[in-house]
Design a protein around this ligand. Structure first.
Ligand SMILES: [Fe+2]
Ligand SMILES: [Fe+2]
Length: 203
């Protein structure tokens, strides 16, 4: 029924889930796996609601924090290999896993689908003009039920209006980061401006 993402070598979603669980456990991030499973299930639900291939949504979700507990040196190797050394200065360290997870998807898991790569890459920063899969992962990362902060309202909005849920999520994250005195990435500010102008009446 659904179109399979492109693979050089087929890795089943079940195998991917096991690989990622094992690597998180090995790197001391076992607790992160329940979050990843929460994101996977919410992504799958939103994918079926919004006409996105469910397997692509599951794969993007499983991979999005796959390198979160890698060492700084491991991030650097992966980022330089799949992007460029200059990206290390552009992306704050807490976002390095967004890039290194794309490298892990490509090199270790043979995932070639560009939409999956972009969903992983922008799951922390957002960007203007995101694909539906990118919106789904961004929302699900924030709104999955194992999160320790209140987020049920986002899941409720997302069932009826994915874009409204995304904009609410982006605004809440920006507000939270600003309240902590954190500097936002340019791309996040551009995303905020892009989607707030969307709220202002463009369709
Ligand atoms: Fe993340
Ligand atoms: Fe996450």
């Amino acid at each position: 029924m659904s179109v399979q993402p492109s693979f050089n070598k087929m890795i089943s979603i079940d195998s991917l889930r096991t690989m990622i669980s094992n690597r998180l456990v090995a790197k001391g991030g076992a607790n992160r796996f329940s979050h990843i499973l929460g994101v996977e299930e919410l992504c799958a639900q939103l994918a079926s609601l919004y006409g996105v291939d469910e397997s692509k949504a599951r794969i993007a979700a499983l991979l999005h924090d796959s390198t979160k507990y890698d060492s700084e040196e491991e991030h650097i190797v992966r980022i330089v290999r799949s992007f460029a050394a200059k990206e290390l200065a552009i992306w704050p360290k807490p976002f390095w896993h967004c890039l290194s997870a794309v490298d892990y998807a490509k090199v270790d898991c043979y995932i070639e689908d560009e939409d999956i790569h972009n969903a992983i890459l922008y799951h922390g920063s957002a960007r203007p003009n995101m694909s539906t899969l990118e919106l789904i992962l961004y929302v699900a990362d924030y709104a999955e039920p194992t999160r320790s902060f209140p987020n049920e309202h986002i899941r409720d909005i997302a069932r009826n209006d994915l874009l409204a849920a995304f904009i609410q999520t982006l605004q809440e994250i920006v507000h939270h980061e600003q309240s902590l005195g954190h500097q936002l990435m340019d791309i996040t500010l551009k995303a905020l401006s892009f989607y707030q102008s969307h709220l202002g009446g463009t369709t």
